[in-house]
Design a protein around this ligand. Sequence first.
Ligand SMILES: Cc1cc2nc3c(=O)[nH]c(=O)nc-3n(C[C@H](O)[C@H](O)[C@H](O)COP(=O)(O)O)c2cc1C
Length: 207
Amino acid sequence: MTPATPSPSRPPVHIAAICGSLRGSESCTRKALGIATRTIEAEGASVDLIDLGRLDLPLRESRGDTDAHAGTAELKDRVARADSVLLGSPEYHSSFSGVLKNALDLLSRDEVGGKLFGLLGVSGGNTGAVNSLGHLRYVVRGVGGWSLPAQVSIANAWKAFDGDRLADPELQARIESFARELVRFTRLYKMQPEFEEGLIQVIDRNR
Ligand SMILES: Cc1cc2nc3c(=O)[nH]c(=O)nc-3n(C[C@H](O)[C@H](O)[C@H](O)COP(=O)(O)O)c2cc1C
């Protein structure tokens, strides 16, 4: 795939992808995020894959208690620089992972408020990560974000991958189209102030 070139009508966008599994390169969540991030880059956007296991994050205690921590500062900085956020989580006991919840608790509306979120979940069982995805929607609302309606759920993760791709071509295509949609809406959302201003000018001219 040839990367799409940024242009005035196609502004550069930057996406933070947070992996909610600590299993590094063995993680199916990480592999799924890899498919999404490669597609995001092919669409001409930049992406920062945040591996929570490498950040040495503290557990969240109370408001303001962790702001001086280097790991928290790095997480906040990397997420603040992003135009939108892609969250990937394994299904743990019918919800998303505690490590991802802790990371979201360390963030505030300053870094994520008003941003778009794409949601991707991975499960060992055959019902998929629907609980993780549903619970993440609540939490994204809680931090003042906007979840895209489209989402990806990968069931039977232990046998779903063939190398760095999904064995099922339809699921592979779904994750790629989900990633393209995230880039598309991130761009539209970034351009929204210009759209609004342009629209107001057209309406005013025709009054
Ligand atoms: C503590 C724990 C709880 C789990 N709970 C569920 C579950 O409720 N439903 C399910 O389908 N899989 C469950 N699994 C399996 C994981 O979703 C599966 O192994 C997944 O691939 C882990 O993601 P990862 O490969 O990115 O680390 C659980 C795994 C662990 C470690």
